[in-house]
Ligand binder design. Structure first.
Ligand code: ZN
Length: 392
């Protein structure tokens, strides 16, 4: 296409790009700004340097990014205003905003998101799927040389009836009840999983991999909530398990939490957002299936990010409040002194500490060690012994 002669523009879903595991560094669930520049380069190469661009990001992205990336993104916004070449907007909830811009201007949307929850309010998504561009990365022969290409994101109509539930929920064991002596169960805990079933909510929300735990069939296989068998993606590496519970419920002896309604894993190098509603980079604590406490409504749509990062050779958990409406409070181990996190403040977080979101939901790191010896060093998981699991 020729620049400057009415080339179509594009609106870029900046959060979605920065979080994409299909852009280098591949497979890492952590928001990185350099992914945006790779996508912008690909856009200019394929659609011309003159094709206009609008960048729209959630406010929460600025707080999820590492500080240097956040500064650079703000700088990009200032430069865009000065040069007028492209616009950069930050809004509380980006999806409806850039879909509206793209609809009004007849532009492309650059996002790997499937926008399942917005299909009704924006019916053109299914009518014009060619206007939705995602990306792929060709790693190539030269080491370190990755080539990013834009391509149709493959929007498909959402079937009126969802995939039938092949396996009843009640037959499934949830991860809390997994048997650490069972070889298949241990493998489930130590792997990444993906659902590829058409029409599955989770497959559309998390096309790269599940961010929560799979369920387990009676025969010990990893199963999605939609009933489909999951595809195994490979080992998780160093992983910490997080426990979410009702802050109003009392603690039980032995480090257990009453009112627990959710467990999820985070692996080294990854970050996961916690919030309420459909979150493509995170976990919906308000999902009906979890039976969350009523107070979960005080949790913001994008409330908190937790990440597991390398700190001088040791895995360290960090938490960042994303500017939540009702705030996040940190309780250091054993202490009753509460400290409210500043929006965007990164705090190191340990096994004895607790975070309380919106005054109603408690987050802690599980003491359970399904990942002892940091499994990379384990040659092969035996039926017993080698892959030992300590419950403490
Ligand atoms: Zn599924």
């Amino acid at each position: 296409m020729t620049p400057g002669t009415g080339s179509p523009g594009a609106v870029v879903d900046v959060s979605n790009v920065c979080w994409s595991e299909h852009l280098p560094p591949l497979g890492r669930h952590f928001p990185l700004l350099r992914r945006l520049f790779l996508v912008l380069d690909a856009w200019r190469e394929q659609y011309g340097a003159g094709a206009p661009l609008g960048l729209v990001a959630d406010d929460s992205l600025l707080r999820s990014l590492l500080p240097e990336d956040s500064r650079r993104l703000r700088q990009l916004q200032r430069e865009a205003g000065a040069k007028g070449a492209r616009e950069v907007r930050f809004v509380p909830h980006a999806d409806p905003e850039f879909l509206r811009l793209a609809r009004e201007r007849g532009w492309y949307v650059v996002s790997a998101d499937q926008f399942v929850d917005l299909r009704r309010s924006e019916p053109w998504i299914e009518q014009q799927p060619e206007r939705f561009l995602s990306w792929s990365t060709d790693v190539g022969s030269k080491a370190g040389h990755a080539r990013v290409r834009l391509r149709p994101s493959g929007i498909q109509a959402v079937p009126a009836h969802k995939v039938s539930q092949a396996i009843e929920y009640k037959e499934l064991k949830h991860v809390q009840r997994l048997d650490p002596k069972n070889r298949e169960h241990v493998r489930i805990l130590r792997s990444h999983w993906r659902c590829t079933a058409r029409g599955c909510d989770k497959a559309m929300r998390w096309p790269d991999r599940l961010l929560d735990w799979p369920s387990v069939s009676r025969s010990g296989r990893a199963v999605c909530d939609c009933g489909a068998l999951l595809e195994e993606l490979g080992p998780r590496g160093v992983t910490r398990m997080f426990v979410v519970s009702d802050a109003m419920a009392a603690d039980l002896p032995g480090g257990l939490s009453a009112g627990e309604f959710m467990r999820f894993p985070v692996s080294l190098g990854d970050a996961v957002q916690l919030g309420r509603g459909t979150l493509s980079h995170g976990i919906n604590l308000g999902a009906d299936e979890l039976r969350p406490p009523l107070g979960v409504k005080r949790v913001s749509r994008t409330h908190l990010t937790v990440s597991l990062e390398d700190s001088s050779g040791n895995p360290q958990v960090y938490a960042v409040d994303l500017g939540s409406g009702n705030g996040t409070v940190l309780l250091r181990g054993g202490s009753t002194v509460e400290r409210r996190l500043e929006p965007g403040e990164r705090v190191a977080f340990g096994e004895k500490d607790r975070l309380v979101l919106g005054g109603t939901v408690t987050l802690r790191i599980s003491g359970q060690r399904h990942f002892t010896g940091e499994q990379a060093s384990l040659p092969e998981l035996g039926g017993s012994g080698g892959g030992s699991t300590l419950l403490s």
